[in-house]
Design a protein around this ligand. Structure first.
Ligand SMILES: [Ca+2]
Ligand SMILES: [Ca+2]
Length: 106
């Protein structure tokens, strides 16, 4: 009798948990993995661009002017050339996407 009560209690605890356990064991699909990889890459890109902007974006407009880019660099001559190289649309600023590209993100 005691044993029956024990198993009944055990079942009462385990049965509601079964769907959750099954869900945890579910293997990640290829699409899930690819989605996670893209998210990781986006997060890394955002983090890297945010860091550059924190360090150099003096007027906090979310982009880098030539002055901000060059004046905050150690090697100003190289920075000047890099600004030209990465400023793809030839305007006055490096946008987030241009900064990301300059860091090797595509
Ligand atoms: Ca700026
Ligand atoms: Ca630009």
């Amino acid at each position: 009798m005691k044993r029956r009560v024990f198993f009944a209690s055990l079942a009462a605890v385990l049965v509601p948990a079964l769907p959750a356990m099954a869900a945890k064991k579910k293997k990640k699909s290829k699409a899930d993995k690819e989605r996670e990889e893209r998210k990781k890459k986006r997060d890394a890109e955002k983090k890297a661009v945010d860091k550059i902007l924190r360090e150099r974006d003096d007027n906090d407009d979310g982009s880098l002017s030539r002055t901000e880019y060059v004046e905050n660099a150690d090697d100003k001559e190289t920075a000047s050339r890099l600004f030209e190289l990465h400023n793809k649309n030839r305007d006055r600023n490096l946008t987030r996407s241009e900064i990301a590209a300059s860091l090797g993100f595509d």
